[in-house]
Design a protein around this ligand. Structure first.
Ligand SMILES: *Cc1c(COP(=O)(O)O)cnc(C)c1O
Length: 411
């Protein structure tokens, strides 16, 4: 979002307040240009090696976003058969889709494998089942847990010793025993360390662990190092230096390939990095309440639409796009849900008046996909702006949508 010389905010020259007037509030708006830019940035950083991007689509499954990803050469990582179907609807071949389950029922794995997706096997029992079911007829990747703690906070770390995800590298012998027993065709090793990882160091550390383990598997084609790159949440926030990370990992990857004796593909599965910054949640100010403790600004949204602050304590930058030049004051921004849903405490913002439109930044990842109908509230509409054109890509929900699955009250 840019502040113009006329002191108004625009996204690709489109006035976001006008979008709220047209499509209602609250509204999710995505800037396709940002997605294209972030993708290019990642591709450039790894231009020296054979690198493939698999968008972790749990961060945003709007079909228009998935279609855009497909157009720009980004493949998919899915965590459920539902997401697999979304990928197919967006036009992906199942061969371009990786299924990375976390302890799902084996019939889901079967559905995905038989549809043609490749699976990241995440437990010894699943590996046993995979061997018994497919022997050496279907390829798979194995998800390792490298026992490295990294990420923004404990709730979004996925590779420390206590994490539920993947098979501990300490069980490598056991993995190899099962692989040999069924002659399982392991074509890749995978790991995903967590989210909001700023520095290159943890990525290098886990890469080394995976490369070391990889020497035990003779038929590899792929090393998948997951996602988790940190993005900017506040102005001047330190973020992953992608070019630096790209150079460092590429160098180690090349050395590894030499040692391994063959050129492999390196995969990444970013969610946040590709879509966090593209998204805005636009809301209306419902009440400005001067309380002896602090000034509360209520908005027509809540943790039902954006749960990240309450779930992980995450920071979202907020702009008062209706009054950019207003005098700065401290506001506590809260939702309309009957539950504590604080978005920001004592946040300096240009004077907020009832009816002002506020914009939450970094709402493109884990925003809409984590939303709910709590308090019988409707989920917002979504708009994608691409090539200078704003398009409605999801309509706002209605009461009928809420009643659709309740039995006995509608015809
Ligand atoms: C969630 C997830 C990702 C994406 O994480 P980001 O922090 O959004 O980049 C990648 N891989 C797997 C397996 C995941 O579960």
């Amino acid at each position: 979002m840019h502040l113009s010389e006329q002191n108004s905010y625009t996204i690709q020259n489109i006035d976001p307040i006008q979008l709220v007037e047209q499509y209602g509030s609250p509204l999710y708006v995505y800037d396709g240009g940002t997605i294209r830019r972030k993708t290019q940035e990642l591709q450039n950083a790894f231009s020296g090696i054979n690198m493939k991007i698999k968008f972790a689509c749990k961060s945003n499954t709007n079909l228009a976003i998935l279609r855009l990803m497909r157009e720009i050469g980004v493949e998919l990582d899915v965590v459920s058969t539902g997401e697999l179907e979304m990928g197919k609807l967006a036009g992906y071949d199942t061969g371009q889709i990786t299924f990375t389950p976390s302890g799902v029922p084996f019939h889901e794995v079967k559905t995905a494998v038989e549809a043609g997706a490749i699976v990241n096997v995440d437990s010894i029992p699943l590996l046993e089942w995979f061997g018994q079911t497919y022997g050496n007829t279907k390829p798979c990747l194995i998800r390792l847990k490298p026992n490295v703690a990294a990420g923004g906070n404990i709730k979004i770390m996925t590779a420390h010793a206590d994490s539920k995800f993947g098979i501990s590298v300490l069980l490598l012998d056991q993995i190899l025993t099962v692989v040999k027993k069924y002659d399982i065709k392991v074509i890749g090793l995978h790991q995903h360390t967590g989210s909001d990882i700023k520095d290159a160091e943890p990525f290098l550390q886990v890469a080394d662990i995976v490369f070391e383990a990889a020497l035990q598997f003779p038929d590899l084609e792929i090393i998948d190092l997951g996602g988790g790159f940190k993005v900017s949440y506040k102005p001047n926030d330190p973020i992953t230096d992608m070019q630096l990370l790209g150079n460092k990992i590429s160098e180690r990857f090349k050395n590894f390939c030499e040692k391994y004796g063959r050129e492999l593909q390196l995969w990444f599965e970013p969610g946040k990095f590709l879509v966090s910054e593209c998204g805005y949640l636009l809301v209306n100010t419902t009440v400005v309440k001067e309380d002896p403790a602090r000034t509360f600004v209520h908005i027509d949204s809540g943790l039902n639409h954006l749960i990240r602050p309450m779930m992980y304590g995450s920071y979202h930058h907020i702009l008062n796009i209706s009054n950019p030049a207003g005098e700065k004051k401290d506001y506590t921004i809260v939702g309309y849900i009957c539950e504590t849903d604080t978005f920001a405490t004592d946040r300096p913002l240009p004077e907020v008046r009832q009816g002002d439109v506020l914009a939450f930044l970094n709402a493109g990842a884990y925003g809409f996909t984590m939303s709910s109908n709590y308090n019988a509230r409707f989920r917002p509409a979504e708009v994608l702006i691409d090539n200078g054109v704003a398009k409605l890509v999801r309509r706002r929900e209605t009461l009928e949508d809420l009643l659709l699955t309740q039995v006995g009250f509608t015809e």
